[in-house]
Design a protein around this ligand. Structure first.
Ligand code: HEM
Ligand SMILES: CC(C)=CCC/C(C)=C/CC/C(C)=C/COP(=O)(O)OP(=O)(O)O
Length: 310
């Protein structure tokens, strides 16, 4: 119905574009893009010098494979969540929830993405492939299908899947489970609850309507704000670990301290004042924060190891 309207009004080119946009939206491209950036940082940190052409090839294949697998789990999330998405203002226009794309087509798309991703990662190494599959199933099955509808700790446990990308990147270059790569995973794992619960605070009515037991629904606003603050304090401690373990220099520490100060300030203000505007501000800042932190840790490593300065 929506498609024929588009064809009648604006011609077939725009309908192709609409369909392309539907499929693109299913992949959660912005979230996957940030995940790929953290994977790329993992790759850069695993390298002790400027990458060779061969390594660059591996990086491109691995990033494409990870992107395809991550996207396939995002598509499955759209299918599994379609009833819940229909009830929420933020998600009700999503292609499967709104009936613009049939479930079967979405599932075929997910299967195509997953098999292409696996084929690509078979050319990288087995560890990288297996960990990527674990993250894919972690988000599509463990989080979306099992944890999301049953416990407010869904995002803390399910957050492991979203936290894995730096390790995926690291293993693409060096197929071992490195302690410093696990530190990066720990950073995203600790960052996820304030990232998500900030959004859940100002979208609480959506989650109530869809009967999803997110923390503000089950335990209230004040309790959620306290937990955002506690996780933010934990995040400050965890993000000092790269410096404490002498993986990163004081330049990283300085930059991250600035990012942390702002994070704590917002989390504290949100705890005290509790407005939707502050929750929204913290959610948006959480993304800037993560990108800044990963940028800083990579720049610090590149300057000291790739270029040999300091
Ligand atoms: C269990 C873990 C996570 C949960 C539950 C979660 C939840 C969410 C939600 C509900 C949104 C809003 C999407 C929308 O507006 O439609 C969002 C946005 C976003 N998330 Fe997360 N997230 C998680 C992990 C991550 C991770 C690991 C990253 C990156 C490394 C990430 C990056 C982003 C980005 C970039 C956006 C903005 C997307 C946009 O503007 O369209 N998230 N997240
Ligand atoms: C291979 C690999 C790296 C896999 C990770 C996959 C991935 C895309 C994880 C995304 C995490 C995320 C955006 C959760 C959103 O929660 P939600 O689904 O409850 O949010 P929604 O209400 O917006 O759908």
């Amino acid at each position: 119905m929506a498609l024929s309207t588009t064809i009648n009004q604006t011609g077939s080119h725009s309908s192709y574009r609409t369909i392309f946009n539907y499929y693109l939206e299913l992949c959660k491209p912005k979230v996957v893009a940030v995940m790929l950036i953290t994977s790329m940082v993992g790759m850069g940190l695993a390298l002790e010098s400027i990458p060779t052409l061969n390594q660059m090839g591996t990086m491109i294949i691995a990033l494409t494979g990870i992107a395809f697998c991550a996207s396939s789990s995002a598509v499955i999330n759209h299918v599994v969540d379609r009833w819940r998405d229909q009830k929420m203002r933020r998600t009700r226009k999503r292609p499967v929830a709104a009936g613009n794309l049939p479930v079967v087509k979405a599932l075929l798309f997910a299967a195509g993405l997953l098999s292409t991703g696996v084929l690509l990662l078979l050319n990288v190494n087995t560890l990288c492939l297996l960990l990527t599959l674990a993250a894919t199933l972690g988000y599509a099955v463990m989080y979306t299908l099992i944890l999301k509808p049953i416990t407010p700790q869904n995002i803390t446990i399910g957050g492991i899947a979203g936290a894995l990308p730096p390790l995926l990147g690291w293993t693409a270059i060096s197929p071992t489970i490195n302690a410093h790569a696990l530190l990066l995973v720990l950073i995203i794992f600790t960052w996820t609850p304030p990232h998500f619960w900030a959004l859940a605070l100002y979208r609480v009515d959506d989650y109530k309507k869809a009967q999803v037991p997110m923390l503000p629904v089950t335990h209230g606003q004040k309790f959620t704000r306290l937990h955002i603050l506690l996780y933010s304090i934990l995040l400050v401690l965890v993000t000092a670990l790269p410096w404490i373990t002498q993986f990163s220099s004081w330049v990283y520490l300085l930059f991250v301290s600035y990012l942390n100060l702002k994070f704590i300030k917002l989390a504290w203000q949100l705890f005290i004042e509790g407005t939707d505007a502050l929750a929204r501000k913290l959610f948006k800042y959480s993304i800037v924060y993560l990108l800044g932190l990963f940028g800083a840790i990579l720049a610090d490593h590149m300057v000291r190891h790739w270029i040999g300065l300091v």
